[in-house]
Design a protein around this ligand. Structure first.
Ligand code: HEC
Length: 273
């Protein structure tokens, strides 16, 4: 049985060699010519795009291929939401499916490694000479599944709602419960603003957020009885209070600042509750 299979394969190999002899084309000059032409096309397209980008639009106006230069990047920004280029959306969305830290290793190392091992093993697993697509159902279905899932993930990644507080905001009801301001609508709305305005990038609040640049934890900031107005004014312009590290939030508007103030004032700490 096995020897027949081997013989068959040897015969096939012989036929293949004969085919090559009869109809094959030598690497030089055929393949080299192909590659040279294709490389020239690619380089010309890149040069062409660069020329269009440079000539179209002047220093301030953006051309079809985007502006010449934009503002300098601000490394200290706290409200920029980084997003990948579109062709990474599928990976980007995978990272949302696999949550840190439980399953993220599976998503970033596990699945790609399994895929790579399968690809490496493929020439040893699939020994048939069949190349017609419709006679290779497993390969065809695998291809369709990969394309489909990458398409879906790209779409989901492109349309994913993104805000700095999208995860924090889910914690607001818990905060309200533990701080005892669940009945106070203004405080709850203030908490939502707190979650979305990026405050938690520097401040810790009941175990969420982080402590950066020496910012104090705000869980019991309201216990000092300084009042909502004080906090609203503080957040509006921290520099007035000698705080030059925290950015001013005057852009939030009076109403939102007031709600933030009520929220901070209602944050008496969770210890004794
Ligand atoms: C870039 C980091 C940063 C961000 C973002 C930030 N803060 Fe601060 N905040 C600080 C630092 C640092 C201090 C402490 C300054 C000091 O001690 O002089 C502070 C102090 C405060 C205080 C006074 C605390 C006290 O004990 O007097 C309040 C209230 C406050 N922040 C609220 C907020 C709110 C509300 C937001 C979001 C709208 C926010 N902060 C965003 C860095 C930040």
């Amino acid at each position: 049985m096995a020897s027949r299979r081997i013989e068959e394969r040897r015969a096939q190999h012989k036929r293949y060699k004969e085919d090559v002899e009869r109809t094959g084309k030598p690497f030089f000059p055929h393949a080299m010519f192909h590659d040279t032409v294709m490389s020239l096309v690619v380089v010309s397209v890149i040069v062409g795009l660069a020329v269009v980008w440079y000539l179209d639009g002047d220093g301030t106006e953006a051309g079809v291929l985007g502006p010449h230069y934009t503002e300098e990047a601000d490394p200290g920004t706290t409200n920029f939401i980084p997003r990948p280029d579109w062709y990474f959306y599928f990976l980007f969305y995978l990272l949302r499916i696999f949550k840190w830290p439980e399953s993220v290793v599976l998503g970033t190392v596990g699945i790609p490694t399994i895929g790579l091992v399968l690809l490496l093993a493929l020439p040893f697993l699939d020994l048939r000479r069949e190349r017609r697509l419709f006679r290779r159902p497993v390969a065809l279905v695998a291809l369709l599944l990969v394309v489909l899932s990458m398409g879906v993930l790209t779409y989901k990644g492109a349309t994913a709602r993104e805000s700095l507080g999208s995860e924090l905001i889910e914690a607001v009801p818990v905060w309200a419960e533990r701080q005892g301001f669940a009945g106070n609508d203004e405080a709850v709305e203030g908490a939502e603003i707190f979650a979305q305005a990026g405050c938690a990038q520097c401040h810790l609040y009941i175990g969420t957020g982080s402590q950066n640049l020496g910012a104090p934890e705000l869980t019991d900031i309201g216990s000092g009885e300084r009042g909502a107005d004080y906090f609203a004014r503080y957040v509006q312009n921290p520099a007035q209070f000698g705080n030059t590290v925290m950015p001013p939030y005057a852009a939030l508007g009076e109403e939102n600042l007031q709600k933030l103030g009520v929220f901070l004032d209602a944050s008496k700490g969770t210890e004794e509750r």
